[in-house]
Design a protein around this ligand. Sequence first.
Ligand code: FES
Length: 142
Amino acid sequence: MSTRSFLRLILLAVGASIVAMMSWGAARFALFSSEVGRKREIPEETLVRLRGDDPVHVPDAGVWLAKRGGDSEVLALDDRCTHLGCRYKWNASPGQFDCPCHGSSFSIEGDVTRGPASQPLRRLSILRKPGENARLVDAPRR
Ligand code: FES
């Protein structure tokens, strides 16, 4: 094999690796930041047991729940950051949601307090029917 052919082969391998990595990143973003595989339901017991000021994460439903404005109102926020879709966490000390990926922060109401995220967290409405799990649906934009 000539030197030129060998270099061409190396260049092709490097190019193919870059394309594969970029494809994996795009596929991962598309799959994990979407609704695929999520069961958007909450057992009634979970809603009844909500207490205090700290929100509760329900990973299976992909939502954070928090009591707001008295015991009757429950705030439901999609658990994916609006920047690039990472799952954010509750930070009790300052009382805010922090995203571990790029440092965005959100208030308990879901408003952006630090970027790079520019959109508030996605609010969900909770639909309740007697005898059934509560269902989560997109809430109208604020
Ligand atoms: Fe949350 Fe980038 S994905 S800050």
